[in-house]
Design a protein around this ligand. Structure first.
Ligand code: EPU
Length: 346
């Protein structure tokens, strides 16, 4: 265990934050030993994997940070068209997707190039381009932070929802995911329906792409829209898209006929928060400025995707919190919709 460790390399916003205690876990038994020795008892604990979805709001973390770094990918079942692959929590997510695609396994290709680690992916049920982690998630193995005992959660027990799971809600900070089993397919139709995938493929002469071509296309689409976290600090989408009632949409359409919206299963509609943010702005007097591309010295709203808040360096988590609050207030004032963050505040 180390003390007073700077977490700057371990959070994709790149904020300077000092952790009082820090331990890196390379084997699951190290974690169990730590728990059984009582090292974790009565401590404030933060489980970090890629640090791609966490916003540190203070300059220090007065507790123990556990960095999951366990590695390993193996096939645990192979029958007919189906294959079950187990990945350890510390495996890099985009690398894992790349490897599965190279083997010809279907099921996670649309989740290509999402920064992060395997162990964090189920926590917020990562999703992109019409696919979610839950679609290929079979089970995960976890360790109970209090007892050190193993527990397996199947898909249903994880209570997955839009960017959420039981690990983000009811059982928050109680279990550490140590490995995830994915149910993949050797042959399966590709999911090309999501908005700009189709148009990108057509423009590039790939109406019938291979699995590999689809993967590569998604990487290119993401690269064009989202910042590279190695260069500009960010957490991807900072806010969730908003789900509103159909009547609220109808009344908004009177003033904003072009408001994009997607139907939800329960009769409600999802409105992209990126659009709401782009069509709102800081109060400048003229009232016409957009948040999209807005920046001050240290933080801002990414110029190519308004849902992404960025840290240009030298700032504090507090600057992002302030900006997020201003954006929320202006979106609410204009559209009557309260957008909520997807990112975890610590
Ligand atoms: N839009 C704007 N302005 C913007 C951004 C978006 O008007 O600046 C509107 C456009 O009308 C666009 C619509 O929003 O058609 C949807 O935009 P996009 O397809 O870029 O997706 P998103 O809803 O902004 C979601 C996920 C992303 C994921 C993409 C692609 C959430 C919170 N975000 O973004 O996930 O990559 O779809 O599937 O659901 C993440 O979670 O970190 C993330 C990047």
């Amino acid at each position: 265990m180390k003390t007073n460790v700077n977490l700057q390399p371990y959070n994709s916003f790149g904020f300077d934050v000092v952790a009082k205690e820090f331990v890196e876990i390379n084997e699951v038994n190290e974690l169990q030993a730590l728990i059984r020795r009582g090292t974790i008892k009565n401590k404030k604990v933060l489980i970090l994997s890629g640090g791609n979805n966490v916003l540190f709001t203070k300059d220090s973390f007065d507790g123990l940070v556990i960095l999951m770094n366990t590695k390993g990918i193996k096939t645990v079942a192979d029958e007919g068209n189906e294959i079950v692959v187990r990945a350890q929590a510390g495996e890099d997510w985009p690398d894992f997707v790349k490897k599965m695609v190279a083997k010809g396994y279907h099921g996670i290709e649309n989740l290509a190039h999402i920064p992060g680690k395997v162990g964090a992916a189920p926590v917020q049920n990562i999703g992109a381009y019409g696919m979610e982690l839950k679609d290929s998630f079979l089970r995960c193995e976890t360790i109970n932070l209090e007892t050190g005992r193993k527990r397996v959660f199947d898909n249903k027990e994880c209570v997955f929802g839009y960017r959420t799971s039981i690990f983000k809600t009811l059982l928050r900070d109680q279990y550490i995911i140590t490995s995830v089993d994915f149910l993949l397919k050797k042959n399966a139709p590709l999911n090309l329906d999501y908005g700009n995938i189709k148009s990108y493929l057509e423009q590039n002469g790939m109406e019938n792409p291979s699995l590999q071509q689809l993967h590569d296309a998604i990487c290119a689409i993401r690269d064009a829209k989202l910042p590279d976290v190695k260069q500009i600090g960010s957490c991807g989408s900072f806010f969730k898209n908003s789900v509103i009632r159909a009547e609220q949409l109808e009344s908004l359409q009177k003033s904003y006929p072009n408001i994009p919206h997607y139907p939800e299963a329960d009769g409600k509609v999802k409105v992209p928060a990126g659009w709401l943010i782009e069509h709102s702005g800081p109060s400048t007097g003229s009232g016409t400025a957009s948040w999209k591309g807005w920046r001050d010295e240290h933080v801002g709203v990414y110029e190519k995707q308004a849902l992404v808040l960025v840290h240009y360096g030298g700032g504090k988590g507090r600057d992002i919190v302030d900006l997020a609050q201003k954006i929320q207030a202006s979106v609410e004032a204009k559209f009557g919709i309260r957008i909520s963050p997807e990112v975890n505040f610590v």
